[in-house]
Design a protein. Structure first.
Length: 146
């Protein structure tokens, strides 16, 4: 049995769960701790921005002031590549949230693609691309044709 791989898989899963908790509790210091200082994050598939860790954290902090409820479920964590100090991970997400202008929840689902590096503080994401694959029950103002 490869004990190091098992320990790495556990630590990587914990990192992704910490990411979800950070976003849902609006703890932007915790959010930043998930990423390396020079990480690049891309939320454009969900209508968000792409940028540095701090640019994206600041954008999320502003955007989430209008979102009273969100809950990220992260599942099906697949470690696609795992080396001594790098990993490539895909994980599914399901995210119900209440968006501005709606009394009803909206739902989002897709994949997170992380490029991880091992640091002195443990595994951190050096890059995240969110791949939003579906959305449901969006307020009329946010619906796109077709």
């Amino acid at each position: 049995m490869d004990w190091q791989r098992l320990a790495d898989e556990q630590a990587i899963s914990a990192l992704l769960y910490r990411y979800a908790r950070a976003v849902d509790t609006k703890d932007w210091a915790l959010y930043r701790s998930v990423f390396t200082d020079d990480a690049v994050i891309d939320y454009t598939s969900a209508g968000g921005i792409a940028g540095s860790r701090d640019e994206v954290a600041d954008w999320l902090a502003a955007a989430f002031t209008a979102i009273p409820v969100s809950m990220h479920y992260i599942t099906n964590i697949e470690i696609l590549e795992l080396g001594d100090d790098r990993a490539r991970v895909r994980a599914m997400f399901y995210n119900p949230m209440q968006l501005p202008g709606s009394d009803e929840p909206s739902y989002f689902g897709g994949n997170y693609h992380h490029d991880l590096v091992r640091t002195e503080s443990g595994w951190r994401s050096a890059g995240l691309v969110e791949e939003t694959r579906w959305r449901a029950a969006l307020p009329d103002a946010l619906r796109t044709p077709g």
